[in-house]
Write a protein that binds this ligand. Sequence first.
Ligand code: ATP
Ligand code: MG
Length: 393
Amino acid sequence: MTFHAFLIKYAEIAIKGKNRYLFEDALVKQMKLALSKVEGEFEVKKEQGRVYVFCPEEYDFDETVAALKKVFGIVGICPVVIYEDQGFEQLAKDVVSYMKNCYPDFHKSFKVYTRRAKKSYPIPSMEISAELGGRILDAFPEAAVDVHHPEMTLSVEIREKIYVYSETIKGPGGMPIGTNGRAMLLLSGGIDSPVAGYMIAKRGVKIDAVYFHAPPYTSERAKQKVVDLARLVARYSGPIRLHIVNFTDIQLYIYDQCPHEELTIIMRRYMMRIAEHFAQESGCLGLITGESIGQVASQTLQSLAATNEVCTLPVYRPVIGFDKQEIVEISREIDTFETSIQPFEDCCTIFVAKHPVTKPNLKVIRRSEEKLNEKIDALMEEAFRTTEILEIS
Ligand code: ATP
Ligand code: MG
């Protein structure tokens, strides 16, 4: 069966008032962007409070649906067959042939739902539904009409042409990228941070990312893994500006000057400071991390408070209350899991102490950081200056 168009359903963004068109425009923009990567011509159009993708040329159905399934804001994707309006008798024949094509041995309960967008059509919608229902029953004697809880709803939209659809493929939900500002994701090579980025992007937030690289302690392959993860997240979030910060000198300096059991906390405070610098530079309104309470020593409430203290922007931690297994499930769904578990070293694990503090005392941490006064500003400047920026799409 050839489908000529897709009707796009969106729930959350069908909000009231003036904002509605902003949301629809953002949705259309993101759909166009997603479809630009699929071979073929597509026309994305807003029409009478609905969004359609028209497919005038040959196209790959699976690829097209896969692309649309990554556009936040889409709740359902309905493949539509479009028929010329050649009178009711022809419509009845077309609907029966649609059914025969889509459901060769149909024997379920169903209803026909007609929407008459073209008011000049001579038959009222209730009558169209009833008559078409009868024709379907004639063709499929095992089927039954159930208007309250049908197993299948056949929708017929009368416009200049006639649109027929009955399937809804689930979309990702959420809100279109670009409707909720921008935030900076701290992206490591782990499982949690790509999921965190995905979750915030799903709320319509455009994301940028920062990765702390510590050559030669972390390899080119560890960096490549983060680039790969950014690319996987970008399939949903759209292009990501990935900042790759050379963190080695700062880490070595902290290692030389500060108590080893406080290394992780102090290092994380510098990560946040640097991330915030780039966030502010790119107009981001928040930071995003993959932290989850109690997962490791640096994610106890005390540690999180110590890390948080240095931030002035809000820090969004969408997986904060999730178990590892729950995060893994999402990472499998969005296809980042296999990349995340590749065994390359991370800058945090290399300088990790045998017995890191789990309940850092803020006053103690601040005092330890004073030992960095001599060189840390220059090292931070150097890190800002040497940061490599990659456009990932
Ligand atoms: P992930 O959370 O991605 O699985 P992880 O479990 O190793 O990594 P931690 O090392 O405790 O987590 O880091 C917590 C959070 O800090 C990460 O989710 C990520 O947001 C950020 N982070 C950690 N290391 C880096 C890094 N090298 N570059 C950028 N962000 C990092
Ligand atoms: Mg983690």
